[in-house]
Ligand binder design. Structure first.
Ligand code: UGA
Ligand code: MN
Length: 386
C-alpha cells in the first residue's frame, strides 16, 4: 500500500490525515467482515463516489455499496477530515483539500482490493493517474494533438503524456499525420492509462510539396469530426505535441461556455501572444507578433472552445491556409471579441508556451544494423531509431 508520506509533503497535517484514513479503513473493513460486500468491481469509482458522496450510478452492487458506506459513517468521517483540513491552515485551497481526500480514498480502495485478494488493475507509472479511471463530474477536456513521425516525436509525446497524467477528466485525441497508426504511439497511450482516442489523418498530397505547410490541419479536422460524433459536453483544446503546458492551464479552460482565451508565451522576439483587455476585463484587441489581416490573431495554444459550440457550428473546421488556421476556425464559430471569456487571471499569467523542440536530422541506421551488433540489445533498440 502506498504511504502518504512518500508523496507530496503534507506538512503538519500528515499525522492527522493518517489517523483519520486509518479510522476509515477500520470502518470499511468492519463492514467487509460483516459480509455486506459481495465484491468491489471498480475500486476507483468506488472511492470516488464515497468521497464525493455521490449516489452510485447504475444498479445492483453499486447502490448497495453506497448505502453501506453512508450507514457505516465513512462519509461523516471524511466530512470531519475535510473540516479539519479546512480549519488547520489558510493556505489550503479547496483543490488542495480535494487532492488530499483523493489520496486517502485511493489508499482505502487499494486496501479493500488487497483484502479481497485481488490485484488492482492499475499498472500506471504515476500515482496521480488513478484519477483517470474515475467517473468525475468535471467537464472533460478533449485535448487534440496532431503529431507526425520525426526524431523528436516520441520524446515530445512522452513529455506531454506525463503532463497529462496530472490532469483529471482529460481525453487525449492523438491524431497522426500518417497513413497508418504507429504501434509505438499506441503502446505509449496504453501505458500511461490516459483516456484517449488514436486516429490518423494525412495532410493532403498537394500541400506536402509547398514550402509553408498547413501543419496539423487534417489532424485537427479529423478530431473535430470525432468530437461531433462522440461528445455532447466538455471543451476542445488544440494542444500541439511540442508545446509546454503548465497543468494550471487545464483548470482555466475546463468551464468554457463558448470560447475562452489566455496569453501564450512565445520563444520569439515578440515573446508573447495575448488578448488585450480593457479595465473592465473585456477583450478589445490582440497582441501578437503577426497580426496580418486576422480578426483573431491568436496562437493555436491560446484558446479553447466548448463542445456545445463545436456541435452548434457544425461547419467550423480549420482552413488549409498556413498561419490562418486559428482565425479561419474562430471566424466560423461566429463569435465576437466581446463573447470571449478571458482566463488566466484576466490574461495576466502565462500557463502555456509555444515552444519548439529543435528539429533534428533522422539518425543514420546503418551503424546500428551492422554485423557487429547482431543478436545484441542494439538489434532491439533499432525500432526506436527514427
Ligand atoms: C504553428 C501553430 O501552432 C500550428 O497550429 C500551425 O498549424 C502552424 O504554426 C502553421 O501555421 O503552420 P508550429 O509550431 O510552427 O505551429 O508547427 P509544428 O509544431 O511543426 O506543427 C503543429 C502541429 O502539427 C504539431 O503538433 C505537429 O506535430 C503537427 N504536424 C506538423 C503534423 O501533424 N504534420 C506535419 O507535417 C507537421
Ligand atoms: Mn510547434
Amino acid at each position: 500500500m502506498k504511504m502518504i508520506s512518500s508523496r507530496a509533503p503534507l506538512s503538519k497535517l500528515t499525522a492527522g490525515l493518517f489517523c483519520i484514513s486509518f479510522l476509515v479503513y477500520l470502518v470499511i473493513i468492519n463492514s467487509l467482515e460483516g459480509g455486506q460486500f459481495g465484491r468491489v468491481a471498480d475500486p476507483a469509482s468506488f472511492s470516488s463516489r464515497m468521497l464525493m458522496n455521490h449516489p452510485a450510478s447504475g444498479s445492483g452492487d453499486g447502490s448497495n455499496l453506497h448505502e453501506t458506506i453512508s450507514n457505516s459513517g465513512v462519509i461523516t468521517a471524511i466530512d470531519n477530515m475535510v473540516n479539519q483540513i479546512g480549519a488547520a491552515g489558510s493556505e489550503l485551497t479547496e483543490t488542495r483539500v480535494k487532492d488530499i481526500s483523493n489520496e486517502i480514498a485511493k489508499q482505502i480502495a487499494d486496501y479493500v482490493v488487497q483484502r479481497l485478494g485481488k490485484t488492482a488493475p492499475n499498472s500506471n507509472p504515476c500515482f496521480a493517474c488513478w484519477k483517470h479511471g474515475n467517473a468525475t463530474d468535471l467537464p472533460v477536456i478533449y485535448l487534440v494533438t496532431p503529431t507526425y513521425r520525426r526524431p523528436e516525436q516520441i520524446p515530445d509525446l512522452t513529455r506531454l503524456a506525463q503532463t497529462l497524467l496530472n490532469v483529471p477528466a482529460v481525453h487525449w485525441i492523438v491524431v497522426e499525420d500518417s497513413s497508418s497508426l504507429s504501434p509505438v504511439i499506441a503502446s505509449l497511450l496504453k501505458r500511461y492509462g490516459i483516456p484517449h482516442t488514436h486516429l490518423k489523418a494525412q495532410m493532403p498530397e498537394k500541400y506536402k510539396k509547398s514550402k509553408l505547410k498547413p501543419r496539423g490541419v487534417a489532424n485537427r479536422n479529423a478530431a473535430l469530426d470525432w468530437v461531433r460524433s462522440n461528445c455532447k459536453t466538455g471543451v476542445v483544446y488544440f494542444g500541439d505535441d511540442d508545446n509546454t503546458y503548465d497543468i494550471r492551464l487545464f483548470e482555466e479552460m475546463r468551464y468554457t461556455k463558448k470560447v475562452s482565451m489566455w496569453p501564450v508565451g512565445l520563444v520569439t522576439k515578440v515573446g508573447l501572444s495575448s488578448p488585450v483587455l480593457n479595465s473592465q476585463g473585456v477583450v478589445v484587441d490582440f497582441y501578437d507578433g503577426w497580426i496580418a489581416n486576422r480578426k483573431f490573431p491568436v496562437d493555436m495554444a491560446g484558446f479553447a472552445v466548448s463542445v456545445q459550440l463545436v456541435l452548434e457550428k457544425s461547419d467550423a473546421y480549420m482552413p488549409y491556409v498556413p498561419g490562418h488556421e486559428e482565425d479561419g476556425f474562430l471566424k466560423k464559430l461566429d463569435i465576437s471579441p466581446a463573447d470571449i471569456e478571458p482566463k488566466a487571471n484576466r490574461c495576466t499569467q502565462i500557463f502555456v508556451w509555444h515552444t519548439q523542440t529543435k528539429s533534428n536530422t533522422p539518425a543514420n541506421r546503418t551503424t546500428a544494423t551492422g554485423k557487429r551488433y547482431k543478436g545484441t540489445n542494439i538489434d532491439t533498440l533499432q525500432e526506436w531509431i527514427v
